[in-house]
Design a protein around this ligand. Structure first.
Ligand code: MG
Ligand code: ZN
Length: 243
């Protein structure tokens, strides 16, 4: 084991405080853009969801099934976040919904400025639903408010039950957890009750829906949750923005 000199320790302390300051500045700037997005969304009665998860949790498949199930009854648009490729936006467009892909390159999360620009490009309808699929990452998307009404965290049963304990910030920032790929439960040792118990240990108010895009389990409840949110957002729209 090596011992650091006092100078080295002092240097580390300075650079740590610089990094903390830089992070605070970035988050403060993001919060400004997020507030602008939120004002815009509420002025037009738009219900926006920020979908977050690990890579491979089945977000895009779930979105495709959601769009097909809504079957044109609810105007909606999708913002897709990935480091590379247009693949997910192409899948959403094939399901019949307008979608805009944001490639973050080396960036590991969407920020509110990117989302604000995407919202303008999409030309969102009054009283619509905006689904934002974040980059697959359970860490920093927890800190970046996009102006959404809710973060929805997707945990699939092919992951570990203890993800809520490992990534508590994300599970406490979310209002709804979709426990996805439940059709696979008979083939796995995943303990769904334990995963939900862990999630509630982190966030007692977290709503949970057990869901499967493949079997359709939980889809009715999820669609109901979306419709209620859309109704509330539309009802809360200020009169002035009508017409
Ligand atoms: Mg995806
Ligand atoms: Zn990030």
């Amino acid at each position: 084991m090596r011992f650091r000199s006092h100078e080295a320790k002092a240097e580390t302390a300075v650079s740590t405080s610089r990094i903390v300051k830089l992070e605070q500045d970035i988050l403060a700037k993001n919060n400004g853009y997020a507030e602008a997005n939120r004002r815009y969304l509420s002025a037009y009665g738009i219900f926006a969801l920020n979908l977050v998860s690990s890579p491979g949790s089945g977000k895009t498949t779930l979105l495709v099934k959601t769009i097909l199930a809504l079957n044109g009854t609810q105007p909606l648009a999708v913002i897709e976040g990935d480091q590379q490729t247009e693949n997910d936006a192409a899948r959403i467009r094939a399901a019949g919904a307008p979608a805009l892909q944001i490639n973050t390159g080396k960036g590991c999360h969407l920020d509110a400025q990117m989302v604000g620009q995407a919202m303008q490009q999409l030309g969102l309808q009054d009283d619509s639903l905006l689904l934002i699929e974040n980059v697959g990452n359970l860490v920093c998307p927890a800190s970046f408010d996009l102006g959404e009404a809710h973060k929805v965290v997707i945990l699939s049963v092919t992951e570990g039950e203890d993800k809520p304990l490992k990534y508590p910030d994300m599970f406490s920032a979310a209002d709804l957890m979709l426990l996805n790929k439940c059709d696979l439960l008979p083939h796995l040792e995943f303990d769904a009750d334990l995963a939900i118990e862990y999630a509630h240990r982190i966030n007692p108010r977290l709503q949970v829906i057990r869901i499967s895009a493949i079997s359709g389990e939980g889809m009715t409840e999820w669609l109901e949750w979306i419709r209620e949110g859309c109704c509330n957002a539309a009802a809360a729209k200020p009169e002035a923005s009508l017409g």
